[in-house]
Ligand binder design. Structure first.
Ligand SMILES: *[C@@H]1O[C@H](CO)[C@@H](O)[C@H](O)[C@H]1NC(C)=O
Ligand SMILES: *[C@@H]1O[C@H](CO)[C@@H](O)[C@H](O)[C@H]1NC(C)=O
Ligand SMILES: *[C@@H]1O[C@H](CO)[C@@H](O)[C@H](O)[C@H]1NC(C)=O
Ligand SMILES: *[C@@H]1O[C@H](CO)[C@@H](O)[C@H](O)[C@H]1NC(C)=O
Ligand SMILES: *[C@@H]1O[C@H](CO)[C@@H](O)[C@H](O)[C@H]1NC(C)=O
Ligand SMILES: *[C@@H]1O[C@H](CO)[C@@H](O)[C@H](O)[C@H]1NC(C)=O
Ligand SMILES: *[C@@H]1O[C@H](CO)[C@@H](O)[C@H](O)[C@H]1NC(C)=O
Ligand SMILES: *[C@@H]1O[C@H](CO)[C@@H](O)[C@H](O)[C@H]1NC(C)=O
Ligand SMILES: *[C@@H]1O[C@H](CO)[C@@H](O)[C@H](O)[C@H]1NC(C)=O
Ligand SMILES: *[C@@H]1O[C@H](CO)[C@@H](O)[C@H](O)[C@H]1NC(C)=O
Length: 667
């Protein structure tokens, strides 16, 4: 979970025995780098008068609670239109994660008496000391409901963060007793002292007079996981060590079914998007670079039939590349990793026979080879029922999948540099006819997915320097009789450059630039919340936000150092991020183009050396804009866009940025 590219092999989830606490082996030179937060002497220690923990955050959409609209632990709209539903608050977990590998928190959950129709969670974590970032998963029984990770702590007064999650799509689980399992593997020793003290609170809400858009929460949620809750363990598959496979029997009266896949890489696979083509892994005789290209595909099969694909988002955790890039603003999705939705309704004819079916997943890279250790996988099936005691019928789906057209250009100058570019695209169409037996007719149902990647990079200096310029994009569509009932398009641009070295004072220096974005447009019957749920109350009786768009970008630079034989490490850096939640408004079936159509939420935040220098939030129709802290120090921050290190580009025989030209436009 931690640190620079392949400099880093850090403890994460289940891998602990292989790695050991807090040791990061530099695979290239054999030196050991402590790269676990900036505790020894970080920039904020010069501000020794801090009495409050540093508040870490992921920039995301606000959450409507009965107490108002929240961002982190701040109210940005106290009482939107007198919203005051009945609610019930319940603490689900208060737990200190110390020596917690293989020892998740386990509790029995019972639903409150309130007849609730909305569930939101507040996860608040405090930590002080030194510690790596850790991956965490939350399960209700065998169903994973939240995959998150931690910020890296620092010396007292430490850090705190509050992460909200709308859990309404799991409503059917929350209505029943459950075994709640929260797994956050952590280790404590003399040096790594940061425990993660976590409080998880659920707020159950009874909202009245708000029309929920279809499809509403699923009637049934079936786990496709390791199913270990009975022994008090979390149920992810550690792939490929364990096969991601499960025999699952589904109800026979399925109206619609959607599989969602949670997936992220660890160890050599954590930074898969910067792994190099296999042809270049031996550029430096003393160091093998992680390979299999920067293309990854997760394939979902039922009884061996390919039913859908997932291309993951390049999530960069808080120790990733360089820790100063992630404090206090953590990376995109670091606190809430999104899951790909795959509509499997076209397979109703196969899965509604009342018999067990073989659900399986695989993760592949270049040449369709299975990835090395390891990916953390789990999935579940959201089911909406048709009429009772009916059996849904369907034709054998017609599947059309384009061949993998991965192409790479690789230029190796042995022991000097590796320059590469890669493209790949993919299209999947699944079509069939389905008859729910409460209807006479067969409907044409269709699931379409399109993906593409462009990814160019340069590795030099024995692997101590790398630049990556990448864009991943995709589109998913579910149709019934040509009616597009779900559509999602996304773009994940990422540009990284880093250069490790040393100078007379520091045994290690690490300069890194990062620009990363996430853009998403969602329309129709999405399973997961889009962020507008918090506005439904305000949107009553108004035009409809037919396409929900989120668009965020973060850009910054971090400098990390280590001196005195590793006893002292620290760093500084800056980061700016913009975030917008809005989209396309519709009146009836017609898109409107009224310039006054509102953006629901907008935030711009700048931090330098862990101090927020500018933070402006606008909440649609809140009494005012909420500048949480505004300073005029913006100019001090280099801001979006960066140049690649000249030192890296030197000797490349060509302009410094030449290598990506023609492959990708600026994202
Ligand atoms: C810390 O507080 C003391 C007393 O208020 C003050 O003199 C000193 O300048 C402060 N130090 C910093 C780094 O802010
Ligand atoms: C979230 O949970 C924390 C920890 O219990 C609590 O201190 C905080 O007040 C909660 N925030 C809200 C807005 O309820
Ligand atoms: C975390 O919990 C432990 C055990 O209850 C406690 O000793 C420690 O002081 C707590 N740490 C923080 C930062 O609250
Ligand atoms: C699981 O945890 C619960 C609650 O801590 C405990 O009562 C139960 O005995 C445990 N079951 C197993 C199989 O370890
Ligand atoms: C590779 O490793 C050998 C043996 O440790 C060492 O002598 C040599 O200098 C290294 N080469 C480079 C380019 O670092
Ligand atoms: C399930 O499907 C996968 C993928 O086709 C296959 O490798 C595996 O052998 C199957 N398992 C069983 C028990 O049939
Ligand atoms: C890709 O890399 C190859 C080898 O370096 C190079 O010849 C080619 O021009 C590059 N293609 C693009 C589009 O940059
Ligand atoms: C989302 O929609 C907007 C407006 O139509 C468009 O400009 C943008 O490119 C779309 N983004 C994605 C990721 O498709
Ligand atoms: C952050 O700290 C570094 C090192 O002390 C300093 O050079 C830099 O100017 C600081 N940045 C800002 C924006 O204050
Ligand atoms: C980071 O960006 C700055 C400003 O554009 C540039 O001077 C520096 O060389 C870059 N560092 C790396 C490692 O690319």
């Amino acid at each position: 979970m931690v640190g620079v590219r392949w400099l880093v092999v850090a403890a994460a989830h289940a891998a602990i025995a292989a790695v050991g606490p807090g040791r990061i082996r530099d695979a290239l030179s054999g030196t050991t780098i402590d790269h676990d937060g900036l505790t020894a002497r970080d920039s904020s220690d010069t501000n020794a008068n801090n009495t409050k923990p540093l508040r870490c955050l992921q920039v995301t959409s606000p959450m409507l609670t009965p107490d108002g609209m929240f961002v982190d632990d701040d109210i940005v709209d106290p009482r939107p239109f007198g919203y005051s539903p009945k609610s019930h608050t319940q603490i689900l977990m208060e737990h200190s994660f110390g020596f917690s590998y293989g020892l998740p928190f386990v509790a029995e959950y019972k639903a409150p008496k309130l007849d609730f129709n909305r569930v939101i969670l507040n996860l608040t974590v405090v930590s002080q000391g030194r510690q790596f970032d850790r991956l965490a998963t939350m399960f209700l029984g065998d169903v994973e409901v939240w995959r998150t990770s931690t910020a890296e702590p620092k010396a007292a007064p430490g850090i705190v963060w509050t992460s909200w999650k709308d859990m309404t799509h799991y409503l059917s689980l929350w209505k029943e007793p459950q075994k709640l399992i929260f797994d956050l593997g952590n280790l404590i020793d003399d040096k790594y002292t940061g425990r993660y003290n976590a409080t998880l609170t659920a707020i159950f809400v009874r909202e009245k007079g708000i029309e929920l858009p279809p499809p509403g929460p699923a009637d049934l949620i079936v786990p496709f996981s390791g199913r270990r809750s009975a022994s008090n363990f979390s149920s992810t598959f550690t792939y490929p060590d364990s096969k991601a496979e499960s025999q699952i029997t589904l109800p026979q009266n399925i109206h619609r079914a959607v599989v969602s896949i949670a997936a992220n890489g660890q160890l050599d696979e954590e930074f898969w998007w910067s792994n190099v083509p296999d042809e270049g892994t031996h550029t430096f005789p003393n160091a093998t670079l992680p390979g299999l290209s920067s293309f990854r595909e997760i394939r979902l099969r039922i009884d061996g039939h390919l039913v859908g694909l997932s291309w993951p988002m390049p999530v960069i955790f808080t120790g990733g590349i360089s820790p100063p890039l992630h404090r206090p603003i953590v990376g995109l999705q670091a606190f809430d990793i999104r899951e790909q939705e795959i509509d499997i309704t076209p397979w109703a004819g196969l899965i509604c026979d009342g018999k067990p079916h073989n659900f399986s997943m695989e993760v592949v890279g270049q040449n369709e080879q299975v990835v090395p250790r390891y990916w953390v996988l789990s999935a579940k099936i959201f089911v909406w029922y048709g009429a009772k005691r009916t059996v849904t019928e369907g034709s054998t789906p017609h599947v059309c999948l384009t061949k993998l057209n991965y192409v790479s250009g690789v230029e190796v100058k042995e022991n000097e540099y590796l320059r590469y570019n890669q493209t790949v695209s993919r299209k999947l169409i699944v079509k069939s006819e389905v008859r729910r037996n409460d209807y006479e007719k067969f409907y044409d149902v269709k699931w379409t997915q399109e993906f593409s990647m462009g990814n160019a990079g340069l590795v030099a200096r024995q692997g101590d320097g790398q630049m990556v310029w990448a864009l991943y994009r995709g589109e998913d569509k579910a149709e019934e009789d040509r009616w597009n009932y779900y559509q999602s398009t996304w773009k994940y641009p990422v540009q990284v450059s880093y250069l490790a070295g040393s100078d007379p004072v520091n045994t290690i220096t690490l300069d890194a630039n990062l620009t990363q974005g996430e853009q998403r447009n969602v329309s129709g019957e999405a399973v997961f919340p889009t962020g507008i749920e918090s506005w439904r109350w305000k949107l009553k009786g108004r035009a409809k936000l037919g396409i929900v768009s989120t668009n965020t970008q973060r850009s910054g630079r971090g400098f990390f150092y280590q001196r005195n034989g590793g006893k002292e490490s620290g760093g500084f850096g800056d980061m700016m991020q913009t975030y917008e939640l809005g989209g396309q408004w519709f009146r009836g079936d017609e898109p409107t183009s009224d310039p006054d159509d509102p953006v629901l939420y907008r935030r711009e935040i700048w931090v330098a050396n862990e101090t927020t220098t500018y933070d402006k939030q606008s909440v649609w129709m809140a009494p005012a804009e909420y500048p949480v802290s505004v300073a005029e120090a913006k100019e001090a921050v280099p801001g979006s866009g960066f140049e690649f290190a000249p030192a890296l580009a030197k000797g490349m025989g060509g302009g410094s940025n030449h290598f990506y030209k023609g492959t990708l436009g600026r994202p």
